[in-house]
Design a protein around this ligand. Structure first.
Ligand SMILES: [Zn+2]
Length: 526
């Protein structure tokens, strides 16, 4: 019970708004000054054309929060300031007036998010000046919709959580061995066949148990546009992932001629890594992938396209006459170099269309494609190697960024793939490895949490796995790397934030949070 007592002491200062705002991520600078502003009366918003969406957001929030309470008139001014960094904003709350100004519409949006959280159920805003900007440019969340499918309404909910915590890159994992989830008009069998599996593995991997239920789903191109536009309104870029050359069993079930052996194989029903992958020696494979990517590029404005590149066994390539002929013709040393050839060829295609590739860190093997960005998942070594060779990298090391891992060792947790990534370790994660020089560290764009869904079956379970860990990652990526002594105060804000999200129906894991009664008692004492 000792930590509860120390939290109590910290809470005394905290809840009096002495140092921090009840906001996640915590802004860089908050100066409390003057009187608070009651959320009451009529709000008049003046905003330029570029921030009309933000003006609507502010009006809607004011109306919902004030619930028609009487008060004087309040003016709000939203504007973009030229020459200020794109995500930097300043926010001033004074009697009768709110001003949010920033380097772009995104910055103004973030200022409003700060405002919304700062209200914290109090029906007023403290008088204050906030100056704020992010520590990292890439603040990502990933969602695997292939092992289990999540519908449009849940993806929007996921994007809401990201936006509220000032995260800006949604990595949408759309193709896998166990399901192809995006409509491609030129290849209808990808979703007619590839989006459905005849059974699913259930329970712990070692049990090798399966149900007998047909399972699947996919997004139509209209639904994809709807998601991209929803994300855009929240200043989130959607980075689609089309996996190649491995994790392709769903595509190969639809079009068997794209594999080395041409054998008819079902969409995978179990988890893991499979030997059958796209043939690297057959030009029909590249034609297919370029056609698919053409439709993907038309849907996603993102500069980055994720091409996977991980976990591609080389057994089939080793035994395939076409692959061996390619290896010889291109003067490649081995199958690792053949994988590198595959990635470079796709990169070249995407670069010619003005896009850049991101790949999992296996794309380093056999030589990195010239302009590729590396997503470092097998620890940080891949990200470090990329940065040292002048390539950009995004940190997503399994520890602590894989949130399909357990967050508590208490009994009764939903079955997970393994691992242990509690909120504390996410909070203390520093995406900048100590061994990088200042110049090399500039190549670390940020970090991302990954939600693989072999063992995550429902939206409720997905929310449980990301909350409250997302609070910790958002704080690291926006506010900057944290220290152990920051944890007790963060725990209080995380508890407050959780309460707000739970009131909206989100499923938040309880382990990191302070018991409700303690926070409640304190409010009463205040
Ligand atoms: Zn082959």
């Amino acid at each position: 019970m000792k930590w509860l007592a120390s939290c109590w002491l910290l809470a005394t200062g905290y809840l009096g708004f002495a140092q921090t705002l009840p906001v996640i991520p915590q802004p860089q600078s908050v100066v409390f000054e003057g009187e608070s502003l009651p959320i009451a009366g009529k709000l008049n918003v003046s905003a330029t054309q570029a921030v009309q969406g933000e003006a609507d957001l502010l009006r809607t929030w004011w109306k919902t929060t004030s619930q028609g309470a009487n008060g004087g008139s309040v003016s709000a001014e939203l504007r973009i300031i030229d020459g200020v960094p794109a995500e930097e904003y300043a926010l001033k709350v004074s009697p009768g007036k709110i001003v949010v100004a920033g380097g772009s519409a995104a910055a103004v949006f973030y200022g409003i998010q700060t405002l919304i959280q700062a209200e914290a159920g109090q029906k007023s805003l403290p008088g204050m000046t906030v100056r704020d900007q992010p520590a990292f440019a890439y603040r990502g969340m990933h969602l695997d919709v292939c092992r289990h499918f999540f519908d449009v309404s849940f993806v929007k909910r996921y994007l809401d959580l990201m936006a509220e915590h000032k995260m800006n890159r949604f990595h949408w994992h759309l193709t896998e061995d166990q399901g192809w989830r995006i409509e491609i008009k030129r290849y209808p069998r990808l979703t007619e066949v590839g989006a459905w599996r005849e059974a699913s593995q259930i329970g712990p991997y070692g049990d090798q148990r399966f149900d007998s239920t047909r399972y699947g789903g996919f997004y139509t191109q209209n639904e994809v546009r709807e998601i991209v536009s929803y994300a855009d309104a929240r200043h989130i870029t959607v980075v689609p992932e089309i996996e190649l050359p491995g994790h392709a069993r769903a595509a190969l079930a639809a079009y068997p001629q794209l594999s080395c052996r041409g054998a008819e194989l079902p969409v995978a029903t179990g988890w893991g890594v499979f030997d059958d992958v796209y043939c690297a020696g057959d030009d029909r494979v590249f034609t297919f992938l370029e056609d698919v990517l053409d439709e993907v590029l038309a849907l996603f404005p993102s500069e980055y396209i994720h091409i996977g590149g991980d976990e591609c066994p080389k057994a089939r390539w080793h035994d395939c006459a076409k692959c061996q002929a390619r290896l010889k013709a291109e003067g490649l040393a081995d199958e690792h170099a053949l994988q590198s050839y595959f990635i470079r060829r796709i990169e070249c295609y995407l670069n010619s269309r003005g896009r850049q590739i991101i790949g999992w860190d296996e794309i380093l093997e056999g030589g990195l494609a010239p302009n590729a960005t590396v997503m470092s998942w097998r620890g940080e070594a891949g990200g470090i190697a990329a940065a040292k060779s002048g390539h950009d990298a995004i940190m997503t090391p399994g520890t602590p960024c894989y949130w399909d891992h357990y967050q508590s060792k208490e009994p009764g947790e939903p079955h997970a793939i393994g691992g242990f990534n509690p909120v504390e370790s996410v909070f203390l994660y520093n995406p900048l490895p100590a061994e990088l020089s200042a110049e090399e560290a500039k190549h670390i764009l940020g970090a991302q949490a990954n939600l693989w869904t072999e063992y995550i079956l429902t939206p409720e379970q997905a929310e449980y796995m990301i909350l409250p860990r997302q609070f910790a990652l958002a704080e690291v990526l926006w506010t900057g790397p944290r220290r152990a002594e920051d944890l007790p105060e963060f725990r209080i804000r995380a508890t407050q934030r959780s309460r707000a999200l739970k009131a909206r129906g989100f499923n938040v894991a309880p382990h990191f949070l302070i018991p409700e009664s303690i926070v409640q008692d304190h409010h009463e004492a205040k």
